[in-house]
Design a protein around this ligand. Structure first.
Ligand SMILES: Cc1cc2nc3c(=O)[nH]c(=O)nc-3n(C[C@H](O)[C@H](O)[C@H](O)COP(=O)(O)OP(=O)(O)OC[C@H]3O[C@@H](n4cnc5c(N)ncnc54)[C@H](O)[C@@H]3O)c2cc1C
Length: 657
């Protein structure tokens, strides 16, 4: 790897700084990383060999140590920059519990609670005097919120709500930190007053005794068992049988029930969508994009070290990276990590700008922001988790072993396709907004991420060379044209179906397969456009700018080449131009290949965080693999299992041969 590093033609540190958002940010991130890596109590251990129970217990232990020992020692608080911005995937890893407490319960309390309620519960939550979960999903319903069955019936006489799960499918299922840790739940239930239903509302419900930790009367709670991943989290079940809570426990920023049972709505519950946008941007970056970056780091370093076969007959074996097919498996995902990282940043910045507008009571930007975040959530999480799986397979047999680190990375990242809004449902939410836009574009000027819809002129691409297809303005035009045309076609189908008498809900269902594709085209367009314009504005050295341009073009071309059908169908590219785009991608692979190790080094993941025998900085793959295998629990004894089962029960008394 050192030899490879010698041929990198840009300054890796400069790129790291850009990725982090500035040299000062890198410095602070590394400072936090050093504190964590130098403390044996919190640095990551050999997680690949641990059982789920061990990982949960270790996650709790680490988290308690972090908050009770490390933070006070360093003079940090849960809201100081070191913790807020840097206790993320690129620093501390996922091996800690209470992610839902810190990442969902507290933010939701802030979104749904009145000032008084926040003053009551927030300090307790921040000090871990109470540990909370966010309990929305039920065994029978997750996506369709109106279908949730848990009820909160107001009892006027006692000024209490009675929370009840009327049947088994109504029990809460999946909430993180619930199974073994939480003593409070921010619980979503159907509000019922005098027999009338008022829809879903958030309630603060104590579920366990604060001293004994035993479930309170009427509550059945536990862990839902082994999952694909997320071993450190005790996703749980919660059944409530006529559990009484005070009237004041309805979180009442948006709606309140007066003592006499009068129901009052206060603020627009649209504000809740704003906090969802923020949460999505954070989750995408920390759970999906960083995971892809880690998998790229492992697969690229390993592919450079792994030698297999001869490229030229009779010559020495080559690293598998020399094979074009291997470059095609790896490098587009390195590019994807960069472009999606900056698209997530743009989403966060757009959210910050929106919160400033909101302070002036302007929420007009919310529909666009909400649609963009829903589309981004679905497209980026899917692209990243699919990419990680391809990267895992690119490591051959060793990629299948936990020693590679990739199975654990993938198992967390893929969950992101389901939680915080199931992906297809998110795509269809974004599609509704896009259809509205295209239907209004003749009369209303579109702004932000849909501004490209204003240009409705029919055209074709005029590029007739391979190098032309490496130009970012050419690629941006391809994506904008394709996104607009597939949207127009899907919207036309919808209106055609309704005009011919089909009910609108049915027309929507009949068009939904196309609409999902529309959103994928729209979001890919957003990602490419954002990165391309970001590079133009970026102040950096020429070699770094070059490599970023190449990455942008590679990502764009790999997306075009994966869906040439679309570009041909909308009539923007000809078959010959598709061939040129294909050649351009191959040329870019060869251009980027010498920089491959520099590009993944620039992500700056420590070996501790990667937890990979294949992807460590020094490339000592084989020594690490053997050392790792020796730690297998099955290797603790030589013959116990043999004696217990095989010798006695299977072979019995052995006859002489
Ligand atoms: C790791 C993990 C952590 C979680 N943490 C929490 C938590 O802390 N708190 C919590 O409350 N929940 C949590 N959840 C639950 C999660 O939010 C839900 O599983 C998710 O919202 C999807 O809902 P569902 O399971 O009901 O899927 P379903 O809606 O049943 O999805 C099944 C299929 O139906 C399709 N489908 C459903 N509706 C439509 C539609 N309208 N149009 C088209 N297709 C549709 C989906 O696309 C999917 O293919 C977690 C889940 C996971 C996996």
């Amino acid at each position: 790897l050192e030899k490879e590093r010698g041929q990198v033609n840009f300054n890796v540190e400069e790129l790291t700084n850009i990725y982090d958002g500035g040299a000062e940010e890198t410095k602070l991130r590394r400072k936090v990383a050093d504190v964590i890596q130098n403390d044996p109590e919190v640095r990551c251990k050999d997680i690949g060999m641990m059982t789920r129970e061990e990982r949960y217990i270790d996650g709790v232990r680490r988290c308690v140590y972090l908050y009770k020992v490390l933070l006070p020692r360093e003079g940090w608080t849960p809201v100081s920059k070191e913790v807020k911005d840097y206790f993320k995937y690129r620093n501390i890893g996922k091996e800690r519990s209470f992610g839902v407490h810190a990442g969902v319960f507290i933010p939701c309390l802030l979104s749904f609670g009145s000032d008084e309620q926040i003053a009551k519960w927030l300090p307790l939550a921040m000090q871990f005097q109470i540990i909370g979960t966010y309990a929305q999903t039920e065994m029978g319903h997750g996506t369709f919120l109106r279908g949730l069955q848990t009820t909160a019936t107001y009892d006027k006489k006692n000024k209490e709500f009675v929370i009840n799960c009327p049947e088994i499918s109504a029990m809460k299922w999946w909430p993180g930190d619930l199974g073994k840790s939480a003593n409070h739940a921010l619980l979503m239930a159907q509000l019922v007053i005098d027999g009338k239903k008022y829809g879903m509302h958030p309630f603060m419900v104590q579920i366990r005794d604060l001293t004994t930790h035993m479930p309170l009367p009427g509550i059945t709670v536990g862990d839902i068992g082994n999952k694909v991943g997320f071993e450190t989290t005790d996703n749980g079940f919660l059944h409530l049988n006529q559990v009484r809570i005070p009237r004041e426990n309805l979180l009442c920023k948006n709606a309140e029930v007066k003592p006499n049972g009068t129901y009052l709505t206060k603020a627009s519950d649209k504000m809740v969508y704003g906090s969802m946008v923020r949460l999505r941007a954070i989750i995408l970056e920390s759970e999906a994009v960083s995971a892809l970056g880690k998998a790229c780091t492992i697969a690229v370093r390993y592919s450079l070290v792994r030698c297999q076969g001869e490229l030229e007959p009779g010559k020495p074996e080559v690293s598998v990276m020399e094979y074009m097919t291997q470059q095609k498996k790896l490098l587009p995902y390195v590019a994807m990590t960069y472009v999606t990282h900056f698209a997530c940043l743009k989403l966060s910045n757009q959210y910050n700008a929106f919160t400033r507008e909101m302070d002036n009571n302007d929420i007009s930007g919310l529909p666009e922001l909400h649609a963009l975040s829903a589309g981004m959530k679905a497209v980026v999480s899917e692209q990243c988790s699919d990419g990680i799986e391809i990267l895992r397979k690119s490591c051959g047999g060793h990629g299948y072993s936990n020693a590679s680190g990739i199975p654990i990375i993938w198992s967390s990242a893929v969950a992101c396709c389901t939680y915080e809004g199931e992906n297809t449902v998110m795509l269809l939410q974004c599609a509704r907004y896009l259809v509205k836009c295209i239907n209004q574009v003749q009369t209303t000027r579109m702004v932000g991420s849909v501004a490209y819809l204003n240009n409705m002129t029919q055209s074709t691409c005029h590029v007739d060379s391979v190098s032309g297809f490496k130009q970012l303005d050419v690629l941006v035009a391809c994506f904008q044209y394709r996104a607009r045309e597939v949207l127009k076609t899907a919207a036309l189908k919808l209106s055609h179906l309704t005009k011919h008498g089909m009910a609108s809900y049915n027309a929507w269902n009949q068009s939904s397969v196309e609409l999902v594709n529309v959103v994928k085209a729209h979001i890919t367009q957003f990602i490419v456009t954002t990165f391309a314009s970001g590079i133009t504005e970026l102040e950096c050295t020429k070699p770094v700018k070059n490599v970023l341009q190449q990455l942008c073009a590679l990502y764009a071309l790999s997306c075009i080449n994966a869906s040439t059908g679309d570009f041909l169908k909308v009539g923007y590219l000809s078959p010959r131009q598709c061939d040129l785009a294909h050649e351009a991608e191959l040329e870019l692979l060869s251009c980027i290949r010498p920089n491959a190790v520099g590009l993944v080094d620039a992500f700056d993941f420590s070996d501790d965080l990667l937890q990979s025998c294949l992807g460590a900085y020094d490339g000592n793959v084989y020594e690490r693999l053997f050392a790792w295998a020796k730690k297998s629990p099955l290797n603790k004894t030589e013959v116990t299992i043999y004696q217990q089962y095989i010798q006695i029960r299977l072979i019995g008394r052995r006859k002489a041969f």
